[in-house]
Design a binder for this molecule. Structure first.
Ligand code: ZN
Length: 54
């Protein structure tokens, strides 16, 4: 799948699970895997600042 930031290729394992975080090897952006109509889609992950409110 394609990185939303730099259009680079992100290889997600076939057995990935929804909610898993993948990182673009090119720009380092993190994305969350969300289930699309047939394949997984990428959604920007909220990892900046590492503030999870816990
Ligand atoms: Zn990227």
């Amino acid at each position: 799948m394609k990185c939303l930031e730099c259009d680079g290729n992100i290889a997600a394992p076939k057995d990935s699970m929804e909610g898993e975080i993948v990182t673009c090897p090119d720009c380092g952006a993190s994305f969350e895997l969300v289930k699309g109509s047939k394949d997984f889609e990428l959604k920007p992950a909220q990892t900046v600042g590492e503030d999870w409110g816990q």
